[in-house]
Design a protein around this ligand. Structure first.
Ligand code: CU
Length: 359
């Protein structure tokens, strides 16, 4: 079967034949139906962010159908439709038990199966994977699978696993934006637009979208932004100050660029919170004036939207099914797995929000 495998940073990302072993105890095999191409996949291939292990079967956002279950699997059956989550969780450690499974202490992003081995191989060499959605099939621990109703369209639901939960979850689970708060969202790609949707369902009074690409700002309005700023035309901090009489309650960095993080921080009012959602470069160190922090400001990380996958993916799906959030508008095109590099091109040229690979 075919999969996109990263050996070392650099384009093009090869799509090649690999082997996949059967699911072991507690594991499940899924046939992928659809997989979203995320900016963080691009970051891995470009070398902006260095994955801890290679060779790596790429892709972390996707949905599919269960084709095989290993021994001791109790919650999933063959034929189930599932959205895949990127967090392997033990369910027993301190963080899992307090409702923070993205920070599971037992399986902290090893890019291997929980038993420490791998399921993908190529000519006898082990291939690592986090979710392995850029592949015709993948094998995952059962708790990375969220069963969804059979009538769910997988080519839409697939983006819930990363883009949607990372954006909406950062607002609802992490920042806990309240009715009437003012917000600014820096970066209006797949995750940023979902951060905007999150601010909208939270009842934020102002949702200020900031991006250098005008077409993305138009999309931001479609998804709930109340104001837009293009920082190539106006001073973003000044404009946000003017709109909010002194800065926002919450500024979301959905880019991961050090300058953007600084700008987001500077646009918060005293007492405000900066939420880091985008992936920063591997070795980035931030410098912020102590006095500015002392004025009751907070800088908060929001990894994967604080997802509690089996709870959050389903209420997000309910919001979609009842017209309260949009997914179709976020998907700008479909391509076969073989066109993964073209999908990256579309993304980086600002031509696409989300390209979904179909199998
Ligand atoms: Cu992602």
């Amino acid at each position: 079967m075919k999969a996109a495998v990263l050996y070392k940073p650099g384009f093009p990302l090869p799509v090649e034949n690999v082997e996949l072993q059967k699911p072991q105890s507690g594991e499940v095999m899924v046939k992928l139906s659809a997989a979203g191409v995320c900016h963080s996949d691009y970051h891995f291939v470009s070398g902006f962010f260095t994955p801890t292990r290679t060779p790596l079967v790429m892709g972390h956002e996707g949905a599919g159908i269960v084709t095989e279950v290993g021994e001791n699997v109790k919650t999933v059956n063959v034929g189930d439709k599932v959205i895949l989550s990127m967090d392997s969780m033990c369910g027993k450690c301190k963080n899992c038990t307090i409702g923070q499974p993205t920070m599971c202490l037992t399986y902290p992003r090893t890019f291997k199966m929980p038993d420490g081995t791998t399921r993908f191989k190529k000519n006898g060499t082990e291939l690592y994977h986090m979710v392995g959605t850029f592949s015709e099939y993948t094998v995952l621990p059962e708790d990375q699978l969220v069963i969804i109703p059979q009538e769910t369209p997988l080519d839409k639901a697939c983006i819930i696993g990363c883009a949607v939960i990372t954006g909406i979850g950062s607002v609802i689970n992490r920042a806990k934006v309240k009715m009437g708060d003012t917000t600014a969202v820096f970066g209006c790609g797949g995750v940023g637009l979902n951060t905007i949707q999150g601010c909208s369902i939270a009842g934020a009074s102002k949702i200020i979208a900031v991006d250098t690409v005008d077409s993305k700002l138009e999309k931001a309005i479609e998804l709930g932004a109340t104001h837009t700023i293009n920082p190539t035309k106006v001073d973003a901090v000044q404009a946000i100050n003017d709109l909010t009489s002194g800065g926002v309650n919450f500024a979301f960095d959905v880019v991961g660029d050090p300058k953007v993080i600084k700008t987001a921080f500077t646009s918060t009012r005293p007492g405000g919170t900066t939420v880091i959602v985008g992936i920063p470069p591997t070795d980035l160190e931030l410098s912020i004036k102590g006095w500015d922090i002392l004025l009751d400001r907070t800088i908060m990380g929001a990894f994967h939207g604080g997802a509690r996958a089996r709870h959050d993916f389903l209420w997000i799906l309910d919001l979609y099914n009842t017209g309260r959030i949009k997914l179709d508008e976020l998907i700008t095109g479909y391509r076969p797995l073989d066109e993964i590099n073209e999908a990256f091109d579309d993304l980086i040229q600002g031509k696409s929000i989300r390209t979904v690979l179909t199998f």
